[in-house]
Design a protein around this ligand. Structure first.
Ligand SMILES: [Zn+2]
Length: 536
């Protein structure tokens, strides 16, 4: 989209004039005088921002003007386009919904940066000068009459935003931040750091994928002789809780991926603290009850579609004692990033389209999802955008060889640099539906374990445990947190469990099955009634 800025059009368009044309026309009685034109321009430009384009009339949506030092300047969008006031650029006609408006909606800004403070300590000024409590700014609710308290809220301008990382004050075990991606916890030499790999699976656990999990995790061992572990971000609908109970028994980590998995992506961006609580804390109530998990180990959250819920999500997590989130993606970079705590400002851009990252300080770990490099030959190919979920790294089905190379390349990006934990984030279908891809993955797993005495496949919580108490590879054979549920023998708690057939008023007309080793609930557990008791 090109901008045509032709000052001459403005003059013709306006019927008013300045500069040379005015002088030439000054003699004509019907034309405005120089003073009148100036006054008109002044009035027009009084409330316009620098460089702001606006419409003089509503005749043609392609035409706009702006105020400049040299007077008014006009722009006409090319044919087929219209001027989009909100985006301040020429845009496809169908995208432009503001042809009936003369100017961009005015957003009143708060008066945060004045030479003399306008308010007493701990108060800040709304756009109209009213002083309100500083904490009310950017809290998701309008408190100023002009709503200006919610208008300047990105991480750099939120008056309550988390401070920039101060490594002197942010110390392990409770706090970890960095201003330089090359840093390693405890300033360890990377060659002494174990290469941790976190395999995760998202969505429902059920008979569609439980065989796959057995194939991957059965009889594979870390260098400390314990079975390799992974993390499951479980969404509620269609989940088989006797299968979840067995994954937990075997030492895998169960984390929460919401109850509804609502496919309205903006819902997750904008959800209120209560909605977040119902989805995630409610999801934990369901998992704990129906998979009988009683060891308080469900402490992780990943939001559906990797939509970050901003301060509302993280505030809910802090209040409900969720220790970590693994939803935020960091753009592809070398070296990749270590996980960090959110007491201080996040160390990377809020990555992704229209994402809502937290700006305030939270007692929550971010198990950041480092984007992967999808190129087959990274040294010679041009840059391509990264990808967070493994299945999103391939626009076409990869061959076994391509997938194997992808794993090796990305492993090296971690192992040969700062040894940040490497995440392999799957949806089960990617491996399940393609035996060749699964074979390539298992081959890479076996090869990696056989060749590297310093590579461990661990859960998200085990990564945090290591970061809180960093130990060199030589100490890891007897490192207690990684010995837990080392090799679990014996049969599952129950085989299959009861397949409860249930419904709920919250999902009218649907009958759903919930398999569990525990007693069947009265109703299908859902947002308002996570225990399925039948009253809410
Ligand atoms: Zn999902």
């Amino acid at each position: 989209m090109t901008s045509i800025r032709v000052a001459a059009i403005a003059l013709a368009l306006l019927g008013i004039a300045s500069g040379e044309i005015v002088k030439r026309q000054a003699a004509t009685v019907s034309e405005p005088t120089e003073d009148e034109a100036d006054a008109f321009t002044k009035e027009l430009c009084r409330d316009k921002g620098a460089g702001e384009w606006f419409r003089l009339d509503l005749n043609d949506c392609r035409d706009v003007i702006q105020c400049t030092e040299a007077g008014l300047q006009a722009l006409r969008c090319p044919h087929g386009l219209a001027f989009n006031l909100e985006l301040q650029t020429c845009d496809w006609k169908d995208n432009v919904k503001n042809c009936n408006q003369k100017e961009k909606k005015r957003v009143v800004k708060p008066l945060l940066n004045t030479v003399e403070p306008l308010c007493q300590e701990n108060l800040l000024a709304c756009g109209d000068g009213t002083c309100i409590d500083r904490t009310l700014f950017c809290d998701g609710k309008f408190d100023c009459a002009d709503e200006s308290d919610e208008n300047t809220c990105d991480i750099k301008s939120d008056p309550n935003s988390a401070p920039i990382c101060n490594p002197d004050e942010c110390r392990l075990p409770d706090c970890y931040c960095f201003n330089n991606a090359n840093e390693v916890p405890d300033n360890m030499n990377p060659t002494n750091v174990p290469q941790m790999i976190t395999i995760t699976f998202d969505d429902a656990v059920n008979i569609e994928n439980i065989d796959l999990y057995n194939i991957i995790f059965d009889s594979r061992f870390n260098p400390n002789q314990c079975s390799i572990k992974s993390t499951f971000f479980v969404s509620h609908k269609y989940t088989n809780y006797s299968a979840v109970q067995d994954l937990h028994r075997l030492g895998h980590e169960i984390a929460i991926h919401s109850i509804s998995h609502s496919n309205n992506e903006t819902f997750w961006t904008k959800a209120s603290p209560d909605e977040w609580e119902r989805e995630m804390a409610g999801g934990r109530v369901i998992v704990e009850r129906f998979a009988n998990i009683t060891d308080s180990s469900v402490i992780g959250v990943r939001s559906p579609y990797l939509r970050v819920g901003g301060n509302n999500q993280f505030g809910m997590m802090e209040q409900n004692a969720f220790l970590y989130d693994s939803t935020m993606t960091a753009p592809l970079q070398n070296p990749p990033l270590w996980p960090y705590t959110l007491y201080y400002r996040m160390p990377h851009a809020c990555h992704g389209n229209l994402q809502n990252c937290p700006t305030r300080s939270f007692a929550v770990w971010e198990m950041v999802m480092n984007e992967m490099d999808r190129r087959e030959e990274p040294t010679i190919e041009e840059d391509l955008p990264g990808c967070a979920m493994v299945d999103s790294c391939f626009s076409n089905k990869p061959t076994a060889d391509q997938f194997y190379k992808f794993l090796v390349n990305n492993f090296d990006r971690h192992y040969l640099t700062n040894r940040a934990p490497m995440g392999l984030y799957f949806h089960s279908a990617f491996l399940k539906n393609d035996p060749e891809i699964l074979d390539a993955f298992l081959f890479w797993l076996d090869e990696t374990l056989a060749n590297n005495p310093d590579v461990y496949f661990v859960t998200m919580t085990q990564v945090i445990q290591w970061m809180q108490d960093p130990q060199p590879v030589s100490n890891l054979k007897n490192y207690e947190p990684w010995k837990e549920k080392c090799n679990v023998a014996g049969p599952p708690f129950c085989y299959g469990g009861t397949n409860c057939e249930l419904n709920t008023d919250e999902l009218p007309g649907e009958t759903l099955r919930l398999a569990t080793c525990m007693r069947c609930p009265n109703r299908y557990p859902w947002l308002l009634d996570p225990l399925g008791e039948g009253y809410f």
